[in-house]
Design a protein around this ligand. Structure first.
Ligand code: G
Ligand code: G
Ligand code: MN
Ligand code: NA
Length: 254
C-alpha cells in the first residue's frame, strides 16, 4: 500500500523523531525522567502525531520495525544524556503486538547492553491488555527484560481490563493513572478523585511506583499530593519536547 511504502521510506530516511515529556516529582517539581513519544516529520515539514499513524503501522505489520527504531533511538539518546551528566530516566511505549513478537526480549537485552544502560534507567510502558490475556509467554519475556534492570509500567491504568488478581503477581514496577481520571472532565479539579485515591491505595499496598498522567492544573497537583501520589506528568509541567528544548528546560530548573 501507499502507507506501507511511505513507512518503509520514512524509516530509511530517518523521518521519525522522539519528543520527551517530563515526569516530575510533585513536591519539588524536579524532572526525574521523561516519556519518549514518537513523531513523524514528513518531507514537507509537517509533524504527524502517533494517533495519526500508529494504527496504520500496526495494520501493515511494521510495528516491530518502528518499535525497534524507537528502542534504538531512546537508548542512544539516554547514553548521550548519561555521558553528559544529564540525570534522567527514560520511558518508552511498547505496542502489545511488538512485545508478543519472537525475540522481543533478546532485542531489548541486546540494545540495553550495547548502550550500557544502567539498571533502573529504562522503563517500558505497556497497556493493561498485555497483562490480562497474553498468557505465560509475555510474562516470561517481561521477567527476562527485568533481569537486566529494565523496569515495566502499566500505562493508561484504569481504562482497560484492570485485573486485581493479576496485578499482585505480575512483573510490574509502576502504575500510570490514565489522564481521564485527572483532567478528563476539563475542570480545574481532579475528574475522578475517588478513583485516583483507590489506585493510590492499590499502588501503595502492592509497593508499586505511581505516576499521574495528564496533570493540567495546580489544583490537581495539590489533590494528588494530599492522596500520597508523588510523581506526575502533564501539560502543567511540560508538553512533549524535542531534546534541545528539554535540555534548556533542565538547565533553567536546576
Ligand atoms: O502525544 P501523543 O499523541 O504523543 O501519543 C499518543 C499515543 O501514542 C499514546 O497513547 C502513546 O502511547 C502512543 N505512542 C507514542 N509514542 C509511541 C511509540 O513510540 N510507540 C508506540 N507503540 N506507541 C506510541
Ligand atoms: O497513552 P499515553 O499515556 O502514552 O499518552 C501520552 C499522550 O498524552 C500524548 O499524546 C501526550 O501528548 C498526551 N498528554 C500528555 N500530557 C497531557 C495533558 O496534560 N493533557 C492532555 N490532554 N494530554 C496530555
Ligand atoms: Mn505512555
Ligand atoms: Na497514558
Amino acid at each position: 500500500t501507499r502507507v506501507e511504502n511511505g513507512l518503509h521510506q520514512a524509516l530509511a530516511n530517518n523521518e521519525f523523531e522522539l519528543h520527551y515529556q517530563p515526569i516530575v516529582e510533585l513536591d519539588t517539581q524536579r524532572i526525574q525522567g521523561v516519556e519518549a513519544l514518537i513523531r513523524w516529520r514528513q518531507a514537507d515539514g509537517k509533524l504527524l502525531l502517533p494517533g495519526e499513524f500508529i494504527e496504520e503501522v500496526n495494520r501493515v505489520g511494521l510495528i516491530g520495525a518502528l518499535g525497534e527504531w524507537v528502542l534504538e533511538a531512546a537508548c542512544k539518546q539516554l547514553r548521550v544524556w548519561l555521558d553528559n551528566d544529564v540525570d534522567l530516566n527514560m520511558s518508552i511505549n511498547v505496542s502489545p503486538r511488538h512485545l508478543r513478537q519472537a525475540g522481543f526480549d533478546e532485542l531489548v537485552i541486546e540494545t540495553v547492553k550495547r548502550y550500557q544502560i544502567p539498571e533502573g534507567r529504562l522503563m517500558l510502558e505497556l497497556t493493561e491488555e498485555v497483562f490480562v490475556d497474553s498468557g505465560i509467554s509475555s510474562l516470561y519475556v517481561l521477567n527476562e527484560i527485568r533481569k537486566v534492570g529494565v523496569r515495566i509500567a502499566i500505562d493508561d491504568f484504569g481504562t482497560g481490563y484492570s485485573s486485581m488478581r493479576y496485578l499482585k503477581s505480575l512483573p510490574i514496577d509502576r502504575i500510570k493513572i490514565d489522564r481521564c481520571f485527572i483532567s478528563g472532565g476539563g475542570g480545574v479539579h481532579l475528574s475522578d478523585p475517588m478513583i485516583t485515591q483507590a489506585i493510590g491505595f492499590l499502588a501503595e499496598g502492592l509497593d508499586l511506583d505511581l505516576v499521574a498522567e495528564g496533570i493540567e492544573t495546580p489544583e490537581q497537583v495539590a489533590a494528588l499530593k494530599a492522596q500520597g501520589c508523588q510523581k506526575g506528568q502533564g501539560f502543567l509541567f511540560a508538553r512533549p519536547l524535542p531534546n534541545h528544548v528539554l535540555i534548556n528546560l533542565l538547565r533553567a530548573n536546576h
